[in-house]
Every structure is written in C-alpha cells, then in structure tokens.
Design a protein around this ligand. Structure first.
Ligand SMILES: NC(=O)c1ccc[n+]([C@@H]2O[C@H](COP(=O)([O-])OP(=O)(O)OC[C@H]3O[C@@H](n4cnc5c(N)ncnc54)[C@H](O)[C@@H]3O)[C@@H](O)[C@H]2O)c1
Length: 274
C-alpha cells in the first residue's frame, strides 16, 4: 500500500531523511513512502542486502511517481557508534544536509525478570535505546536551524504501546525490558524536544501497537492464538500494516506537522484507549 504523491505535490520535496532499519517492516515502508513523496533518503540496516532490496523497491516507486525522491542504502549497525557515523555521514556527504531523522530500528528481548541476568538486561535496554540515542547524538549537529529563521527539522523516534501501558497477554510474558526501553524512548523524546526547540528541532515519537512485520515470527507472535489475544484489546480488530505507521511518520516528517513537538502518537488501533 504505497500512497502516490498528492495532487498538491510530493509532501517531502527538498528534504533529506535518514531512516534506520529500512530492511524490513516499518522502516522499509517508510523508505518507500518518503521517497515516493520526494525525499532523498539515506536508509541503513544491519542486514545490508535487505537494505539494498528496500532501496531498489523505493527507487522504482519514486521513479514511477516522478517524485524526485531516492533511497541510498547503507549497511550499518545503529547500536554501534561507528555504524551511526557511517549512516549519518553518508547522508551529509551525499546530500549535504539533513532535515529528518527517523530512529526506527530496535530489537526486543523478552524474558521474565527472574530469568534475565544483569548482562542480558543491560543488552536488552541497549537494544531499545542505543540506536535512538546514537542517531540523535550524531544527527543533531546537522539538524539545528538558525533560531532567527522559521526553519525546523524533524526527529521521529519509534517507541511502542508497551512503553505506555501494560501489554501483557497470556502468551506474551516477559515484556518488562521492552516496556522499560520503550518508555525510555518516550522520555528521551520529550526531553530532547524541550532542549532542542530553541535551535529548531522538533522531536516526536510514534508508538505502534501490533504491526504485521517479519520480526513478529521470531518471537512466535504470529500464531492464531496470539492474534486473537491481541485483537481482543483493539478497537480496530486487526493488526496494522507497516504502511499505516509509515503514514504517521510521513506526517511528522513533513511541514504539515509544523506545530507538533514533544508528543508520542499511538498508532495502535485503539489499544491504549482501554
Ligand atoms: N511490529 C510491531 O508490532 C511493533 C510494535 C511496537 C513497536 N515496534 C517497533 O517498531 C520498530 C520497527 O520494527 P518492525 O516492527 O518494523 O520490525 P522488523 O523486524 O520487521 O524490522 C526491523 C528492522 O530493523 C533492523 N535492525 C535491527 N537492529 C538493527 C541495528 N542494530 N542496526 C540497524 N538495523 C537494525 C532489522 O534488521 C530490520 O530490518 C522497532 O523499534 C520496534 O520495536 C514494532
């Protein structure tokens, strides 16, 4: 489900965006959607081949839409400083500016508190937060704008409904490190929005609910029993498609959201309304 450029023109024309985790799921959908709306995207993934495939698909879509957008793929691990330097550095080298940072990539580790030792806990929290922290650390110098101008850049961090409410389900225990990490992403987002508004950086979070992505199968979260338990919690009785989250990211990346900063938007089919 790729939405073509609107009749009013591509919504991200002239913008350069850095997106992490474009090899799959929501990051891939965003890379395609952003390019279709005219953005120059530098997308990274720890799986280089998947990133390259996503870039090829996005470039095809952007050409078909005549949007002027394009995606450059970088193989990079955003949990490592060198990987993030490579990813953000490529954007600056190639396009000489940065307007949007979308910290999408993360990894969950699920275990009950008694079964998670300190080393695993430290890693689990790092898998949720380090990519967001490092992305901001290396991109912010390029995202600052002249305080005397009306120019703003946009940062989007992927959190989760698990950072907002308990998402415990009978067959999904052990979410405590994931919940703590994603709550951390929401806190980090608010704090950065406050600290960097004076230099023209808007910082917002998206909290997806349950999204159909390849990552789910890894944890057994694609079984009919799991699906039934999830949809019982939703007002819209189905999982989201990755493109539905990407549409929210497109809005936050564009100037259409020019008066929005420091918020966390659930894209969750009503899960957090209970
Ligand atoms: N799928 C859901 O139901 C759901 C719900 C809430 C939040 N989220 C969050 O959405 C985000 C995107 O996940 P998704 O659902 O699209 O999953 P996904 O597994 O389909 O995609 C994640 C992508 O990120 C990449 N990645 C992981 N670690 C990386 C690293 N260190 N460096 C670079 N790339 C890395 C993976 O290779 C993969 O291509 C994550 O932050 C996830 O926690 C997902």
């Amino acid at each position: 489900m790729v939405t073509a450029a609107t009749p009013f023109g591509p919504r991200l024309a002239g913008k350069v965006a850095a997106i992490s985790g474009i090899g799959s799921g929501q990051g891939r959908a965003a890379a395609i959607l952003f390019a279709t709306h005219g953005a120059k995207v530098v997308g990274c993934d720890v799986h280089g081949r998947n990133a390259k495939e996503a870039a090829d698909e996005a470039n095809h879509a952007a050409t078909a839409a005549e949007s002027g957008g394009e995606v450059v793929a970088v193989k990079a691990d955003v949990f490592e400083e060198a990987g993030v330097e490579e990813w953000i550095g490529t954007a600056i080298e190639r396009f000489e500016r940065l307007d949007v940072l979308y910290n999408n990539a993360a990894r969950g580790d699920f275990a009950m508190v008694e079964d998670m030792d300190l080393e695993r806990w430290r890693n689990a929290i790092g898998f949720e937060l380090n990519g967001v922290y490092l992305g901001c650390r290396h991109a912010f110098p390029h995202l600052k704008r002249d305080p005397d101008s009306d120019a703003w850049s946009s940062v989007i961090n992927t959190a989760s409904v698990s950072g907002m409410i308990s998402t415990y389900l009978p067959n999904m225990g052990g979410g405590m490190a994931h919940a703590a990490g994603k709550a951390g992403v929401i806190g980090l987002t608010r704090s950065l929005a406050d600290e960097y508004a004076p230099v023209g950086i808007r910082v917002n979070a998206i909290s997806p609910g349950s999204v159909w992505t390849p990552g789910l199968a890894e944890w057994g979260y694609d079984t009919p029993e799991f699906l039934a338990n999830v949809t019982a919690k939703l007002l819209i009785k189905r999982r989201a498609q990755p493109e539905e989250v990407a549409q929210c990211a497109l809005f936050l990346a564009s100037d259409e959201s020019s008066y929005i900063t420091g918020v966390n938007i659930p894209v969750d089919g009503g899960w957090t309304s209970f």
